[in-house]
Design a protein around this ligand. Sequence first.
Ligand code: FCB
Length: 476
Amino acid sequence: MAFPSDFVWGAATSAYQIEGAHQAHGRGPSVWDAFCRQPGRIRGGDTGDTAADHVNRFREDVSLMKDIGLEAYRFSISWPRVMPDGVGAVSEPGLAFYDRLVDELLNAGIAPWVTLFHWDLPLPVHHRGGWLNDASPDWFDEFTKAVVDRLSDRVSHWFTLNEPQVFVGLGYGNGEHAPGLSLPIEDKLRIGHNVLLAHGRSARTIRERARTAPEIGWAPVGIVGIPVDPSVDLEAARRRTFGIGTDPIWSNTWWSDPVFLGSYPEDGLKTFGHLLPSEWERDMPLVRQPLDYYGVNIYRGDYVRASSNGSHEILPLRVGTPRSDFGWEITPDVLRWGPQFFHERYGKPIVIAENGMSNADWVNLSGRVEDPQRVDYLARHLIALRGAIESGVHVRGYFHWSLMDNFEWAEGYHQRFGLVHVDFATQQRTPKASSEFYAKVIQSRGAILEQLPRSAAGEDPFAVVVPSKNRKKVQP
Ligand code: FCB
């Protein structure tokens, strides 16, 4: 298998989804604490108050990671645990928790990859306008400094922000996520601009202050077009991946072009430029900081075909297409093409910062959790990723979402994404069959994927349509 020797095998989580202990360490409330208390917002009325109780069980969790053989663990720092008011005073016990976690990881030989913002905006910051306030990049920078000054002697891998598309699109667009607002497009674009500035300020601060040479990226969603037939549809798939679409918030380029190329994309500016804060251009050099990798969260993609008018069409999936418990289609080819496209456009090594699926897992009579769907998902996606690497894409690593079952935002505890099962009533952890499989993948550095039994029937159950024989081929 062509996974390079420096390829990093990891798994990911985020603070609010696993930590619990919502009042320990003098932690302040986040927009998610408040949102969970609003009736009807979260399925089943669930909250992250206890979640997977990771704050109290982190040693056990690190030991589970060690059993899997993880080389790296991506987790986020809770801003309100470190700065209860969002700005100003730092909570010493809050920072000390992350000290202990980092030390435990290093003792287990696992590299900490830290995300600074995975959606848990401090509530007091929200009350001052949150990301809509042009001071928000300063506030985030202050938080960044506190974390970097404390952890950068031992942490060298950083992600600034997780999925701006989702926390802006769902948090301020359709109100499905905290803080539950539906704002007009001008406000969303101002929020987006401040989020980009926050990224830039934070990346610059990490670079300037870190005590061990830092490697920095961020982790947007990867919206990916998959060519139905790569010899015909490659350009169409690129267009789907990099077009602005009808809502710039749900694109790759509105976010990543400023960060990596120093400007909003042309097609986006044409339609939405007049709605941007007036001096946006002035800010671009600050937004575009040198970065070390293109982190990206990829779960699924759209199958795309070139259409006769020179554009592209997204194909409906075939009837009965495989789906996760969430209903997300299983499209393994997304890891063949997504990394290639992002590498081509942004010229950086790729880190798959999240990839995984929710499944209806439970502990069976013999005490095991069998999750063959996730085993197959993992195998197919890693084989596809290997394909990207073989075609010349520099992929630095893969982080499975998630290490363990957790609080899945508006879905509460109804979606299980973990390699490790969590019984939320008892906090009992049970490694699933997929964690054993992943352990073998890691141990063999991917070689085991080659030995999996194959059958013609299993080769391509996900194909959308059989491409017609007489479609015109073009050179990929
Ligand atoms: C991503 C989020 C992550 C988790 C997965 C399933 O959008 O970054 O926190 O919810 O989806």
